[in-house]
Design a binder for this molecule. Structure first.
Ligand SMILES: CSC[C@H]1O[C@H](OP(=O)(O)O)[C@H](O)[C@@H]1O
Ligand SMILES: Nc1ncnc2[nH]cnc12
Length: 293
């Protein structure tokens, strides 16, 4: 994408309930090595009406990996190595608003990151960088996700704030009430640091957050349980696959980078002077930062 000519390659990160996408052609699961460790699973390379797409199940097939233990750096690095330029995350979330009942898809545009036990940056001592996260999602990708929801008749909301908690336990009622006071719309455990790392790797990122429950704040709903989440999720997951299949062709005709600057995020972000950079740190940044190193 650096030359502005290439077509986008879409990568899908499938969350809870979305461990594969049926009905694609040329499907091949491939192991992609990353200097940041093991990605959650092999990556599925496939095509949809001639358009390439790459899929990665965030928690691994069989949902083996807890939100705190997902190797987010390896996942984003592996997707970048696979040629992906745009990442669409499909994620299960709890709702923090009455008007967002289970079954609603929220095309998130902001995050509040309350996670604390995860590696959150590719740029450690030896090569320090500070990217902007003011606008954490790509609006071109968000446009495509919104258009897909519209076409499919899925109840959806464009824009919303996703509170990312550490988990794996669900929130206390006091926490849930607090996040409502903060004006958050939905709550989940995974989209940070994912969105930060996608930005650091100069990849577009957008989230379709699929509401599965009312978390625990709602007076008329029981505390959230995995059983209840899974019930809604199975229905949501089918819709999520339809969204993916509708989004991918929408991106097929587009050329060059998005207008939001996702693909040039590192342009003014590196602060460590060239002669002070650590060669070992630089070596593992070959994929995510190769364009500017
Ligand atoms: C199974 S409910 C909790 C689980 O679901 C969400 O995961 P994902 O974002 O990967 O769909 C949530 O963040 C929790 O990890
Ligand atoms: N209520 C909730 N809290 C955190 N993550 C979730 N994923 C689905 N529902 C959730």
């Amino acid at each position: 994408m650096a030359d502005g000519q290439a077509r986008p390659v879409i990568g899908i990160i499938g969350g809870s309930g979305v461990y594969g996408i049926e009905g694609l052609t040329d499907v091949e699961w491939r192991t992609i090595d990353s200097p940041f460790g093991a990605p959650s699973d092999q990556l599925m390379f496939a095509s949809l009406n001639g358009q390439p797409l790459v899929f990665l199940p965030r928690h691994g097939r069989g949902h083996r990996i807890s939100p705190s233990e997902v190797n987010y750096r390896a996942n984003i690095d592996a997707l970048k190595r696979a040629g992906v330029t745009e990442i669409l995350s499909v994620s299960a979330v709890g709702s923090l608003k009455e008007e967002l009942p289970p079954g609603t898809f929220v095309i998130v545009d902001q995050f509040i990151d309350r996670t604390f036990a995860r590696e959150k940056s590719f740029y450690t001592s030896g090569c320090v960088a500070h990217v902007s996260m003011a606008h954490p999602v790509c609006s071109r990708l968000g446009d495509a996700a919104e258009a897909a929801c519209q076409e499919l008749g899925i109840p959806h909301k464009r824009g919303g704030t996703y509170l990312v908690m550490e988990g794996p336990q669900f929130s206390t009622k006091a926490e849930s009430m607090l996040y409502r006071q903060w004006g958050c719309d939905v709550i989940g455990m995974t989209n940070m640091p994912e969105a930060k790392l996608a930005r650091e790797a100069e990849m577009c990122y957008a989230t379709v957050a699929m509401v599965t429950d009312f978390d625990c704040w709602h007076p008329d709903h029981d505390a959230v349980t995995v059983d209840a989440v899974i019930r809604v999720l199975l229905d949501n997951a089918d819709k999520a696959r339809s969204v993916v299949k509708t989004v991918v062709p929408k991106l097929a005709d587009r050329e060059g980078p998005c207008g939001c600057g996702c693909h040039t995020a590192l342009e003014h972000a590196l602060i460590t002077s060239k002669d002070a950079r650590d060669p070992e740190v630089l070596a593992r940044l070959d994929a995510v930062a190769g364009r500017v190193l």
